[in-house]
Design a binder for this molecule. Structure first.
Ligand code: NAG
Ligand code: NAG
Length: 259
């Protein structure tokens, strides 16, 4: 018992050791009180340690559960949900040194072709990226789709690629002379409807998402301007894009599809 309490007091507090050795002539009663005190302190310390560890474990478990529960979509179905990870990202909307903005030029076309690379697999560029989904995945949706002849699945499209495709279409529309030289009246009418469709697609997408990120203001020439950048909760694009590209299908011909 004495050895045990000695060991405990060493673990518990070096102050106690110091005080007991400096009070070398303390009575038996006094050292017993010391023993009890150090036992209580040791017990309390271990108790706190266990409680704080359990609390941390609980918090970690809760946050990992919440991270799973909070992944969207929840009301609709998408197999791409497994690729969704959220991150805080500042969106800059910079016009300078940005390959996605400005006048048509080689880097601009390269950037847009890269982000919508799968778009190029469809020579008519009528669709955004097309992916393959399974029969089981299709069964969660309310409509049928077009099947592959080999029975390997069905074609589908992720909305985000249609949105990006729409921005690309609108950028081309801003530069008609460059992208549609000598355009016919018929084709021009079609492209106007296409642009209208894309604007509506993006309007609904913005209102559907209802991004509530706040942007602050500053004075410029006596006018309050909202800042062009803001910090958003974003989907990690690389993870989602990697998932989508792993399912990408070749739409350069429709021969492998059931008609
Ligand atoms: C812009 O495009 C060029 C050429 O494709 C590339 O080298 C450069 O890294 C791109 N810049 C950015 C910011 O992506
Ligand atoms: C557009 O039409 C002009 C005049 O008819 C012609 O010289 C030019 O080569 C045409 N451009 C293209 C890209 O077809």
């Amino acid at each position: 018992m004495a050895a045990l309490s000695f060991a405990y007091s060493r673990v518990a507090s070096s102050d106690l050791d110091d005080s007991s050795s400096s009070n070398g002539k303390a009575s038996d009663k006094g050292s017993k009180r010391q023993d009890v005190r150090s036992l209580v302190i040791t017990g309390a310390t271990w108790g706190l340690l266990v409680i704080s560890n359990l609390t941390l474990l609980g918090l970690w478990w809760r946050s990992s559960q919440l991270a799973k529960v909070c992944v969207r979509p929840k009301l609709s179905y998408s197999p791409a949900k497994e690729a969704i990870k959220y991150e805080l990202r500042r969106l800059h909307r910079a016009l300078d040194h940005n390959n996605f903005t400005g006048e048509p030029r080689q880097e601009f076309d390269a950037a847009w072709n890269q982000i919508l690379e799968p778009d190029l697999l469809d020579p008519k560029h009528e669709t955004a990226m097309t992916i393959k989904i399974s029969q089981e995945e299709l069964s969660h949706l309310s409509d049928e789709s077009i099947a592959f002849q080999d029975g390997s699945g069905y074609i589908a499209e992720l909305a985000v690629y249609h949105e990006i495709h729409c921005v690309k279409i609108l950028r081309r529309f801003l530069n008609m002379d460059y992208y549609y030289p000598n355009i016919t009246k018929e084709k021009l009418d079609f492209e106007k409807v296409h642009a209208d469709h894309c604007l509506e697609y993006l309007r609904e997408a913005a209102m559907c998402r209802g991004d509530t990120t706040l942007t602050t203001f500053f004075w410029k020439n006596e006018i309050p301007y909202s800042r062009v950048y803001s910090d958003h909760e974003c989907v990690n694009w690389e993870a989602l894009d990697t998932w989508a590209r792993s399912r990408m299908v070749d739409m350069s011909s429709y021969d492998h599809l059931e008609h």
